[in-house]
Design a protein around this ligand. Structure first.
Ligand code: ADP
Ligand code: ADP
Length: 216
């Protein structure tokens, strides 16, 4: 069984074709980058896999289940692009909210706050954080429950260089299946060993990163 299976998927927004006849499979515990320029269809692909929107055509299965099924909700971690934690809640209350939904031990919250250098802001409302710290909070909210499938949409957005390193290190230590979107080749290279290149809603190349590198 594949962790992610996508077959003949097409998604339109009105007249815009965001994804066209996309087919690929991802095995469990593999680390994949979804690489492509702005507008390629990366966010749309991740939203469909996260069960937030439906394709117009084609089949999408996560562990042989529908993406919006309760079984998938339980194992999935999703970081949207421009993630926006509840602005009126403090950092700690945003995380406690996720912990309560997901049945997570609260000690895990403090580990993540320390790892991401957010402890000093834990009582600040999310709306008062810098954009970078808000991104780190959203990352913490996405991984708090140890998801076995992690979908990350441009996770390094807004982060300064030290924070990028912290976050790359954190992701590389997770035991989950990973699909991470980025428009930056070097970011894909840091986070993944496999790569799926898309542009204009179509897959252009799929395979091992090492092969891509050897081709220059
Ligand atoms: P990427 O994440 O690779 O930048 P997107 O999935 O966001 O690409 O977008 C793919 C295409 O779909 C683009 O042409 C974009 O303008 C269009 N698109 C995305 N979301 C919407 C929407 N809600 N309504 C209309 N068009 C959209
Ligand atoms: P940075 O990424 O620069 O740390 P922050 O928004 O977290 O950005 O903080 C910027 C400055 O504003 C810091 O000195 C921080 O202590 C202060 N600050 C941010 N939010 C609050 C708040 N709710 N109450 C008091 N000071 C705050």
């Amino acid at each position: 069984m594949f962790c992610i299976s996508v077959k003949d998927l097409t998604k339109r927004y009105g007249n815009v074709i965001a994804l066209y006849n996309v087919t690929f499979n991802i095995e469990c515990n593999e680390k994949w980058a979804l690489l492509g320029p702005n507008g390629a269809g990366k966010s749309t692909m991740l939203k469909i896999l996260a069960g937030l929107i439906k394709p117009d055509k084609g089949e999408v299965r996560i562990m042989d289940k529908d993406p919006s099924s309760p079984e998938v909700r339980k194992i999935l971690g999703y970081l949207p692009e421009d993630a926006d934690p509840f602005p009126g809640l403090s950092v700690i209350d945003n995380l406690k909210f996720v912990a309560s939904l997901r049945d997570v031990d609260e000690s895990k919250i403090y580990d993540l706050l320390d790892l991401l250098d957010l402890r000093q802001y834990m009582n600040y409302k999310a709306s008062t954080l810098s954009r970078g710290n808000r991104q780190k909070l959203a990352i913490a909210m996405a991984i708090l429950h140890n998801p076995s499938l992690l979908l990350l949409d441009e996770p390094l957005n807004y982060l300064d260089i030290p924070s990028q390193e912290t976050v790359i290190d954190l992701f590389s230590r997770l035991n989950s299946t990973l699909l991470v979107s980025t428009h930056i080749l070097s970011v894909a290279d840091r986070l993944a060993t496999k790569v799926l290149i898309i542009s204009n809603g179509t897959i252009r190349w799929i395979g091992d990163f090492s092969l891509l590198r050897s081709m220059g």
